[in-house]
Write a protein that binds this ligand. Structure first.
Ligand code: HEC
Ligand code: HEC
Ligand code: HEC
Length: 125
């Protein structure tokens, strides 16, 4: 009744496809993300280790200061002036949400809801 000549190879292919991510990465958790860093500046708004670990807190702090206290104070990084904004400061240097923010967030399975309201830069590539 069943055509085992087709079912068995079909099953083998199915199992190979399903397990592809496992054997392709030799069973480890996969590549650690490499966010694409800005080419036109060398410094972030905080030292690298600090911004990496604490950018969520910094963004919340900026939001509170801007919304509650209307404090958008300018500051200087790498010879350029910036204000406390997600869109016009962070994303002015980190020009791609996909190649920067998302690389880590997808890897660590966080999805900040900020982009429901804040505009992400237009992806050029
Ligand atoms: C003046 C340009 C500039 C601005 C503005 C800026 N960044 Fe950065 N950011 C950089 C650079 C350059 C690096 C790499 C620094 C290094 O490696 O020492 C970096 C590094 C980072 C990292 C760590 C990346 C890694 O691979 O570990 C995070 C996270 C980050 N930035 C988030 C932000 C956020 C969030 C904002 C806004 C609050 C912001 N940046 C604003 C230029 C900027
Ligand atoms: C070097 C990796 C890395 C990069 C690059 C990065 N993030 Fe994150 N981000 C994380 C990690 C890890 C978390 C989760 C931290 C936690 O849960 O404590 C996070 C969490 C956040 C959160 C809080 C989300 C939540 O649901 O709690 C916000 C907001 C955020 N990131 C914004 C940004 C923005 C905006 C950028 C791009 C400018 C960016 N991040 C780039 C690693 C990164
Ligand atoms: C429901 C819509 C909404 C969501 C979701 C949202 N924001 Fe905002 N955010 C606003 C509005 C509106 C302002 C006020 C804009 C202004 O006055 O410049 C603001 C202001 C800010 C500011 C200061 C000024 C600016 O333009 O950047 C920061 C920083 C900020 N939000 C960060 C975040 C982060 C980080 C997240 C995600 C964790 C987030 N916001 C999610 C609506 C939102």
């Amino acid at each position: 009744m069943y055509d085992s000549g087709k079912i068995i190879p079909g099953l083998i292919i199915f199992v190979l496809i399903i397990t592809f991510p496992i054997w392709y990465n030799h069973g480890d958790a996969g590549e650690v993300p490499k966010p694409e860093l800005p080419k036109d500046s060398k410094q972030c708004v905080q030292p690298a280790a600090e911004i990496r670990a604490k950018h969520m807190q910094l963004l919340n702090q900026w939001r509170d200061e801007v919304i509650r206290d209307d404090d958008r104070a300018y500051f200087e990084v790498d010879g350029r002036m910036f204000q406390k904004t997600l869109q016009n400061t962070c994303m002015e240097c980190h020009k791609s949400k996909v190649k920067f923010c998302d690389t880590c967030h997808v890897y660590t399975a966080v999805s900040p809801y900020c982009w429901d309201c804040h505009l992400a830069p237009v992806e050029t590539e």
